[in-house]
Design a protein around this ligand. Structure first.
Ligand code: NDP
Length: 259
């Protein structure tokens, strides 16, 4: 029997087969979860339609979601309400910043670029949890998780505005964990090491981040979306029942290193 048998899990942020969210969806599927998947636009829906053929169980719902649009969040909650009263697991795997804000000096970040990165990459977690509060509460013991990166606490050249957004995201995880703990809802983050995905390709210097992991991390290997998927299964399962407000590093130990 799978670790997530009988659980309903929403996974956001699948752009293609390289997406971290796809690694998580596959791991959840392997462990017997009933999946709800979202896509941002019609182009991505086509990708998703092809990918879901690889799952052992068809998702119970595939629906559009633009996290920057409150109407879209409300519509998703309604669609979910049509298929289930309870949502056991919610995965936030969404981020966006303007390309021009992901290289050069952080100093040059515009007000508009800053707001955009914060809105889509950080506030969206709170917005999503607010929109899905009822089904999460109904689950009794729900688990929410967000994807973050170590650029939140250390300077990673070029990560810039996204590092600041990830700091806000991790702080939101702690405040939400406090707000929702008594309702049985846990909120955590996974801080993944660098992985070559569509979003990562937008950050100048991803290749040197990958190279640094192999060169400097205690486990001298880059991580995979499967590694993140397995950590997500742990956070979604009863084996992590007393863990909340935590940032779990899945980075081959890179974060413990000084020189
Ligand atoms: P992907 O590009 O595969 O996934 C990012 C997803 O966010 C895409 O599906 C993207 O859609 C979606 N998205 C962007 N804007 C919106 C929006 N307004 N509404 C809904 N969805 C939106 O990259 P990753 O898998 O790398 O990224 C997933 C998460 O993991 C992000 O939070 C990222 O910061 C984090 N992360 C990534 C690391 C890495 O090295 N790859 C390391 C650590 C954390 P679209 O393509 O249409 O923009």
């Amino acid at each position: 029997m799978g670790l997530l048998e009988g659980k309903t899990a929403l996974v956001t942020g699948i752009a293609n087969k390289r997406s971290i969210a796809w690694g998580i969806a596959r791991a959840f599927d392997r462990e017997g979860a009933r999946l709800i998947l979202t896509y941002q636009n019609d182009r991505l829906k086509e990708n998703l339609d092809k990918l879901v053929g690889d799952l052992s169980n068809a998702p119970i719902l595939v629906a559009p979601l633009d996290v920057s649009d409150d109407g879209s969040l409300t519509a998703l909650a309604e669609r979910i309400g049509d298929v289930t009263d309870a949502l056991d697991v919610l995965v936030h795997s969404v981020a966006f910043a303007k390309g021009e804000d992901l290289s050069g000096r952080f100093l040059e970040t515009s007000r508009e670029g800053y707001h955009l990165a914060q809105d889509i990459s950080a506030y969206s977690l709170t917005a999503l949890v607010r929109a899905l509060y009822e089904p999460l509460k109904n689950a009794g013991r729900a688990s929410v998780m967000a994807m973050t990166y170590q650029g939140s606490i250390r300077v990673m050249p070029n990560y810039n505005v996204m590092g600041v957004a990830k700091a806000a995201l991790e702080s939101s995880v702690r405040y939400l964990a406090f707000d929702l703990g008594r309702e049985g809802i846990r909120v955590n983050a996974i801080s993944a090491g660098p992985i070559k995905t569509l979003a990562a390709a937008g950050v100048k210097g991803i290749s040197s981040a990958l190279h640094s992991t192999v060169e400097r991390a205690p486990i001298a290997e880059n991580i995979t979306t499967e590694d993140v998927g397995n950590a997500a299964v742990f956070l979604a399962s009863p084996w992590s029942e007393r863990i909340t407000g935590h940032v779990l590093y899945v980075d081959s130990g890179f974060h413990i290193m000084g020189f």
